[in-house]
Design a protein around this ligand. Structure first.
Ligand code: PRX
Length: 667
């Protein structure tokens, strides 16, 4: 890996590769586990393994005859002549199999309201919602944007779209009106499903105004494609209304029929588009299709979490606005007939034991969350989880960023009672489902490592020349064979798809992560090697935040880096050069505080509060190479209060002195 691309995560993990602790599964766990060691051997027959999984785990309206067609690489076609429906697989077939009374969702609202939804009730509600959407003109192939809090209706909305064959595009409720506008317009959405608001940290937080803003006419922008806005009443707050365009969800569903025949779609029919940050300012609409995606979501959910649908209570804390919420709240668990918990709010509302209270209340047995949350809980103190009975937990999962061994050990000991296996799962929006992870009944787990590619997955680490590195070596994580839930492209931009993932190495998928193999051949993820940051497990683009900053009249130039942060993994730190006429304003502490606040709010408005820089430093210059590339590595040194590294390739080597000595004092 080029030296100037080393990441903070890498620096921190470098010395951890000699981890010697290993936790083999207990004989009792191994004996009852869904996945046995033989599964790796079974997967050796390539795509045929996936054909078996597809037939075992998914109900097909029409069976497929061809498993994989890779002739149009890098766009794969899996199970292409098969037909199915995702919502039928997630709901109806469980009711038909006599499990209609099984609880699908235990909903826990942040204010403490609860709702229990069985599979039979879910079937009625999804059917009603599908009929309601159809009445608003949504047809197979039309796109629907979903902008909702974490409530039952979010899952219902996704499944209702899937039932109609209308690809959904869920936009995280924390994104701003501007971010929502660009996603709606890129997807060409016909309908938006939103709510008046949701509860966040003890108070209602409005959502509908952002939708109104996002579809309002704007100078220089084309008229919105949105014809209707379907609004769930969640908080009851006052809501502006546009007659004929806006429709209450409860009104639309009340008058809708409870019977709906799912649209049978081809396996390669688009199921959803999910936008994620890339290395440029423009988010990428990652496209997933139906048959392959569902197969791998169900397979991984069953085997990585060892799900027993009759007895487990599963809880994934992710929001449906992210891929984890798609694959491991909506599709994986429901396709497998699981009983799951959905919680609307934050882990510390109204108190720091809220999550553990929920685990105790519902006897959660499988729990899946992100390292940032574990680190926050560590900070709050282990006496908090100690107040609750967590003995029901039998499998713990981690996702979104590398989990440091201390957090891993704490998770195992304090939350898992020193017995529940931890599965550290590596994957991406693009991969659709988990790719690298221990199997809980098979693998001896190691704190901090995602370890081994799942059966049927060809993941490895290569050097600059695409040669696989030996054990002990480091380089780039790649996927060398197609997999069923792989992205089928970037919505409307095939060239960008090829360029982003398939141009670095011939014929293999470049994930954008640095990785190492330890002496046992286990994989350790080291963080991104591109201009993507990982803040609290959320992907953010440095370029996107830089563009947002530069769009403010105060700013002449901006550079953003992800600096190591104890809780969020990385934190956004921005270096800005002010426009000449504003430079004076930053010369006093009050002036610079005002500028910092203005710019933070500006980023929140342009992208969303998650992208707000933690720190903004006003600087007179930025360090650039002779070709004009900003050397973020040097800025990271400043942001992390380290001695600044080798600056000899700078066009002007005095710049770093200027930055370090002149912070907050414009020239
Ligand atoms: O850098 C890797 C990191 O998250 C990126 C994918 O982000 P996103 O598409 O938002 O999906 C997150 C949830 C799947 C990856 O490129 N990442 C994800 N899981 C891990 C991880 N890094 C280390 N270990 C993980 N378990």
């Amino acid at each position: 890996m080029p030296e100037n691309e080393s990441t903070p995560a890498q620096t921190g993990l470098e010395n951890l590769l000699h981890e010697t602790r290993a936790f083999p599964p207990s004989p009792e766990f191994a004996a009852q586990a869904n996945a046995k060691p033989e599964i790796y051997g079974q997967a050796a027959d390539g795509p045929a393994f996936w054909a078996t999984q597809a037939r075992d785990l998914i109900s097909w309206k029409k069976d497929f005859t061809e498993t994989l067609d890779w002739s149009g690489a890098p766009v794969a076609r899996w199970f292409a002549d098969g037909q199915l429906n995702a919502a039928y697989n997630a709901v109806d077939r469980h009711v038909e199999a006599g499990n209609g009374d099984r609880v699908a969702i235990h909903f826990e609202g942040e204010p403490g309201d609860t709702r229990t939804v069985t599979y039979a009730e879910l079937q009625r509600e999804v059917s009603r919602a599908a009929n309601a959407l159809a009445a608003l003109g949504v047809e197979k192939g039309d796109r629907v944007v979903i902008y909702l809090p974490m409530i039952v209706e979010s899952v219902v909305a996704m499944l209702a779209c899937a039932r109609l064959g209308a690809p959904h595009s869920v936009v995280f409720g924390g994104f701003s009106a501007d971010a929502l506008r660009s996603r709606i317009s890129d997807a060409g959405a016909k309908v938006v499903i939103t709510a008046d608001g949701g509860y966040r940290r003890g108070k209602p937080s409005a959502l509908k105004p952002a939708v109104d803003d996002a579809i309002a006419p704007k100078d220089g922008a084309e008229a919105s494609t949105v014809e209707h806005v379907l609004v769930v009443r969640r908080t009851g707050q006052d809501t502006a209304w546009t007659d004929h365009r806006d429709v209450w969800w409860h009104d639309a569903l009340e008058s809708a029929d409870v019977q709906h025949t799912p649209a049978w779609v081809d396996a390669e029919h688009p199921l959803f588009i999910l936008y994620t940050s890339g290395t440029t300012g423009k988010p990428k609409g990652i496209l997933h299709t139906t048959g392959g995606y569902l197969t791998q979501a169900a397979f991984t959910h069953k085997n990585v979490f060892d799900l027993k649908p009759e007895s487990d209570v599963y809880w994934c804390t992710a929001d449906i606005g992210w891929i984890t919420g798609h694959s491991y709240v909506t599709y994986g668990p429901l396709v497998n007939g699981a009983t799951q918990v959905i919680y609307e709010g934050t882990p510390d509302s109204p108190h720091q034991g809220r999550w553990w209270e929920i685990v105790e209340k519902y006897k959660v047995s499988i729990f899946y969350t992100a390292p940032t949350a574990i680190r926050a809980c560590m900070k709050w103190g282990e006496e908090i989880p100690a107040k609750y009975d967590l003995s029901s937990l039998r499998v713990l999962g981690s996702v979104g960023e590398p989990i440091n061994p201390e957090a891993w050990m704490w998770y195992r000991r304090v939350i898992g009672g020193d017995k529940a296996p931890i599965v550290d799962t590596w994957w991406q929006t693009e991969t659709g489902a988990i790719m690298i992870s221990p199997l809980p009944g098979v693998t001896a787990t190691k704190p901090g490592s995602a370890q081994v590619p799942l059966p049927g997955i060809a993941a490895t680490v290569v050097d600059d020349e695409a040669h696989e590195v030996p054990n002990g070596g480091g380089g780039y994580l790649v996927l060398s064979e197609p997999w069923p839930s792989m992205l089928r492209g970037i919505w409307g931009d095939l060239e960008r798809f090829k360029d982003t993932y398939w141009s670095r190495f011939e014929g293999i998928y470049f994930a954008g992560d640095g990785a190492k193999k330890d002496e046992d051949g286990d994989v350790w993820l080291l963080g991104r090697v591109d201009d993507v940051m990982n803040v609290s497990g959320h992907r953010l683009s440095t370029t996107e935040i830089e563009s947002a900053l530069v769009s403010n009249p105060l700013v002449a130039e901006a550079a953003v880096v992800g600096a190591a942060d104890e809780v969020s993994g990385q934190a956004v730190v921005a270096f800005v050069i002010l426009r000449g006429e504003h430079a004076e304003e930053a010369s006093t502490p009050e002036g610079s505080a005002t500028i910092e606040k203005t710019l933070r709010d500006h980023v929140a408005k342009e992208i969303g509060p998650i992208a707000k820089p933690k720190k903004i430093l006003v600087v007179p210059e930025l360090p650039k190479t002779r070709s004009g590339k900003i050397m973020r590595r040097l800025l990271r040194d400043v942001a992390e209060n380290r001695e600044v590294g080798d600056a000899t390739t700078l066009a002007d080597s005095s710049v770093m002195n200027l930055i370090s000595s002149g912070l907050n004092t414009p020239s």
